[in-house]
Design a protein around this ligand. Structure first.
Ligand code: 5GP
Ligand code: ZN
Length: 113
């Protein structure tokens, strides 16, 4: 498997790990855009939201709830944070293994560029 995030999950490439369980892995983004910038990924390889089906519903729920739990751990739940899935070219997706960006710890502009 040549996927970068699969290699991170398999510990073939080092990362700053934030959370791990049987289905979900979370690590700090290598190029953080805010004081908190964590990537929450399924251990199962899924390339993008375009490949999701109903069988993934519980897994996606786990990603979102894990993001909220990490935000709470970091104390950014009350001030707020952003969660983003980028999909394909126009959104700037560069790694084709689903990842939920958790970004916070500063005020974030809206709309995004
Ligand atoms: P995308 O643009 O696909 O939504 O986000 C990919 C993210 O992965 C980017 O924010 C980028 O900084 C991060 N990233 C790319 N390569 C690595 C890596 O080797 N390690 C870590 N921790 N993050 C990475
Ligand atoms: Zn992968």
């Amino acid at each position: 498997m040549s996927c970068l995030f699969c290699k991170i999950i398999n510990r073939e490439i080092p990362a700053s790990v934030v959370y791990e369980d049987e289905r979900v892995f979370a690590f700090n983004d290598i190029n953080p855009q805010a004081p908190t910038h964590v990537l929450i990924v399924p251990k199962q390889h899924v390339a993008s939201l375009n490949e999701l089906d109903a069988a993934h519903d519980a897994l996606v729920g786990e990603l979102v709830r894990r993001a909220a739990a990490i935000a709470k751990d970091r104390g950014i739940d009350a001030p707020g944070y952003r969660t983003v899935f980028n999909t394909n070219r126009d959104a700037g997706q560069t790694v084709f293994h689903i990842h939920l960006h958790l970004i916070g710890g500063r005020s974030l502009a809206w709309p995004p560029g």
